[in-house]
Design a protein around this ligand. Structure first.
Ligand SMILES: NC(=O)c1ccc[n+]([C@@H]2O[C@H](COP(=O)([O-])OP(=O)(O)OC[C@H]3O[C@@H](n4cnc5c(N)ncnc54)[C@H](O)[C@@H]3O)[C@@H](O)[C@H]2O)c1
Length: 348
């Protein structure tokens, strides 16, 4: 212990606490405020350490570590992606993460990130769309109505004013669930029977399906002029959602090219195919959408800086919403070098 500080203690936000915090703030308010942190960190992109995330693949899915630092704080997320998990009652995506102080190397926050990932992914999609989607877009198709889908819908409502949803999933039970969860939240909802029906009249198309293969969720003929595509589900080698021809006629925006070229829709293209980095659009260095007729594509894979923003945002909420446990995470001997002595004294 030093100066009465409990150096061994790290605040831990459990799933139960996260739900209290999110519902205490309100989902849409949370998304809007989190989006501001995401945008703030994209605007200072150059001040971060960046590396493609570190994956371990198996036939069934992937486990990934996602680290970054801005020199003051360090964050990492552990996340998995296992599309078959829902068949055994498990989530496709689960996560937890840590925020740490660069000066001492000590963690300052340990948290569940399954819910937080859904919120940060949706906030990032909406931040991107604010720069790329057609002006005054109100109608969004959502293909894939699983765990992420409601979060996506609410982020687009809160940040862009989307109020008409056209839902489609190969499993109608998922569509029913999504429509039920979003009922009474200010959307007009169409439950479509096909992708073709879902994309009819949609100015924004979100693809957020889970399947560990090169799928064709959207074919080229279904994408009209001027549409913004928010492609969220293709995020691993050999796991994509869009037909290659769509990519060839879209202006493509990415988070971090070295990671997206491995994991995103653009793995289908030549390694030097031109893409635009989202942070440069946000800082005004390069143009986003250039015309009303242009097809824009956010090839989202999820990057560590978004999780860093989410961790930073969460930490800043804990004073007003003190839902966390104090966990004894770090060994703290009276004399720092007497770790073994602490172990011996524990027996007395
Ligand atoms: N880009 C990111 O930052 C990011 C973040 C989180 C999740 N993801 C990805 O988003 C995807 C969805 O995640 P989730 O947690 O909602 O998964 P989920 O398993 O809860 O839901 C996926 C849904 O997709 C549906 N689906 C599968 N194939 C389909 C098809 N051909 N057409 C229509 N629907 C289809 C399934 O029936 C299911 O309802 C996953 O692939 C995940 O890896 C990406």
């Amino acid at each position: 212990m030093t100066d009465g500080l409990k150096l061994n203690i790290v605040p831990f936000v459990s799933v139960d606490s996260m739900m209290k915090i999110v519902m205490g703030i309100g989902v849409e308010r949370f998304l809007v405020d989190l989006a501001a942190y995401v945008e703030e960190d994209f605007r200072r992109w150059e001040s971060f350490d960046k590396t493609p995330r570190i994956p371990s693949h198996s036939d069934d899915g992937v486990i990934e570590l996602m680290p970054t630092s801005d020199g003051v704080l360090y964050g990492f997320k552990y996340v998995n992606g296992h599309p078959k998990n829902t068949r055994t009652g498990r989530q496709t995506v689960t996560a937890f993460g840590v925020l740490a102080d660069m000066a001492s190397g000590y963690p300052v926050l340990f948290t569940e990130m399954t819910i937080l990932t859904a919120l940060r992914t949706a906030a990032t999609s909406a931040v991107a769309a604010r720069h790329l989607a057609p002006r005054n877009a109100r109608t969004m198709a959502i293909i894939g109505n699983g765990a992420q889908s409601e979060f996506q819908a609410l982020a687009f409502k809160a940040l862009l004013g989307v109020n008409r949803l056209r839902l489609y999933d190969i499993d109608p039970v998922a569509t029913e669930k999504c429509a039920r969860n979003l009922a009474g939240r200010g959307f007009e909802i169409i439950k479509a029977k096909s992708v073709e029906e879902a994309v009819e009249g949609a100015e924004i198309i979100t693809t957020v399906t889970a399947d560990k293969r090169n799928a064709t969720i959207l074919s080229d003929n279904l994408v009209g002029e001027g549409v913004h595509i928010n492609a969220v589900g293709g995020d691993c080698p050999g796991k994509t959602e869009l037909h290659r021809d769509i990519l060839l006629r879209s202006k493509i925006f990415v988070e971090y090219p070295p990671q997206t070229r491995i994991e995103g829709e653009i793995q289908q293209l030549e390694p030097d195919h031109a893409v635009t980095e989202l942070w440069q659009v946000m800082t005004g260095q390069v143009a986003g959408r250039e015309s009303e007729r242009q097809v824009t594509l956010f090839d989202s894979v999820g990057f560590a800086i978004e999780d860093f923003s989410a961790l930073r945002f969460l930490r800043d909420q804990l004073e007003a919403f003190p839902f966390y446990e104090e966990i004894d995470l770090l060994a703290d001997p009276d004399e720092p070098r007497d770790l073994f002595g602490m172990l011996l004294r524990s027996q007395k």
